[in-house]
Design a protein around this ligand. Structure first.
Ligand code: 5AD
Length: 350
């Protein structure tokens, strides 16, 4: 495991590309088994057998962006739009707290209704009621000043996937007004301001290559994020990428295990997209080095409307109601469900 981590820490783009190509195209089942074992060993050395739980609240499906892959992009007229009130969001936290969650992840489209003032009021309201809980925001690109205010209001963590570290690839996935440069600026600002920061990408997004994946690895190595959101691309029928395929099932576990070994202490979710794309996806993710799950606390009537891709799971063990199933699944893998805040190892607060 150490050897693989050392290799990833120093490899150049060409070497990374060759490794990814080998794992995707030539590696046999026992090679991949060995890769996943190394990733599991690395996770264990960092966090033991713990799998951290986060309560996900998808609080608005309005979005001013037009990412070509995403079901809630602004030009999808068929997307149902909803917005939770502050009280509704706090009620989600209340039910999550009762279920044992100590991290709440507030995610939305880029919805300008949620000005700094409104969002700060929501975050500080949650922190007042649940001072021992962590609040994670995932609300897209904002100004450094906005990030500063949200941090001052008590936000602990921020998720903003970079999607792809390759300029030309980024431009194929987004309209011209969205720029990779700004996305990267946001991530570095967030880190400097003191957040625990999550970057990440879709595996198998249209026009992705081994080369762009090698660039993703290098970007993650430079940024050193505390979290990484990595799930498969899944087409959404109301997007221009409706006809593009999802990646082969092994691709996401391969990427997860590489990122685990690259960033041994990273908090790495087995994502909903992975569970949606493969019926054993979540287990495979956990066996490849993931150590976070994010059950959905969004009110039931809105869940189907936060539709980033087709057939997105929102019930069963993806939902907070299915917690016992999920806990059993984790224990079945020899891992231990953990409901503490689950900060990154460099951020363990008193
Ligand atoms: N398939 C998989 N993941 C998607 N996301 C958006 N659309 C899709 C899709 N079609 C991911 C993006 C985004 C996160 C919130 O959801 O990576 O950052």
């Amino acid at each position: 495991a150490r050897q693989l981590s050392d290799f990833l820490a120093s490899a150049n783009k060409r070497e990374l590309l060759a490794l990814i190509r080998f794992l995707e195209e030539e590696a046999q089942e026992d090679d991949l088994f060995e890769l996943f074992r190394l990733a599991g060993e690395t996770r264990k050395a960092s966090y033991g057998d713990r799998v951290f739980f986060r309560g996900l609240i998808e609080f608005s499906s309005f979005c001013k962006n037009d990412c070509y892959y995403c079901g809630i992009r602004r030009s999808n007229r068929k997307a149902a739009r909803y917005r939770l009130t502050k009280n509704e969001i706090i009620d989600c936290c209340r039910s999550g707290y009762a279920l044992g969650f100590r991290t709440f992840v507030l995610q939305s489209g880029e919805d300008m209704f949620f000005s700094d003032e409104v969002l700060c009021g929501i975050v500080s309201g949650i922190k007042e009621l649940f001072p021992e809980c962590a609040v994670t925001l995932s609300v897209g690109e904002r100004s450094r000043e906005s990030y500063r205010r949200l941090f001052a209001a008590g936000t602990d963590r921020y998720l903003l996937r970079h999607e792809t570290a390759d300029e030309a690839h980024y431009a194929k996935l987004h309209p011209p007004e969205q720029a990779l440069k700004n996305r990267k600026r946001c991530l570095y600002d967030l880190k400097e301001l003191g957040y625990q920061v999550g970057a990440g990408l879709m595996v198998g997004s249209p026009f992705q290559t081994y080369e762009t994946l090698a660039e993703d690895i290098i970007f993650l190595r430079d940024l050193q994020p505390h979290m990484a959101g990595i799930g498969p691309f899944i087409p959404h029928k109301e997007t221009r990428f409706a006809g593009f395929p999802s990646p082969p099932p092994k691709s996401t576990p391969i990427l997860l295990s590489l990122v685990r070994c690259l960033l041994p202490k990273v908090l790495l979710p087995a994502t909903t997209a992975l569970a949606t794309s493969d019926k054993n996806g979540r287990e495979k993710g956990l066996l490849a080095g993931a150590n976070v799950v994010m059950p959905n606390l969004t009110p039931y009537e809105h869940r189907k409307d936060f539709s980033l891709y087709d057939n997105k799971l929102a019930t069963g063990s993806e939902a907070a109601e299915g917690l016992s199933v999920l806990k059993r699944q984790i224990k079945g893998l020899g891992l231990k469900p953990d409901f503490s805040r689950g900060d990154h190892a460099d951020f363990q607060k008193g």
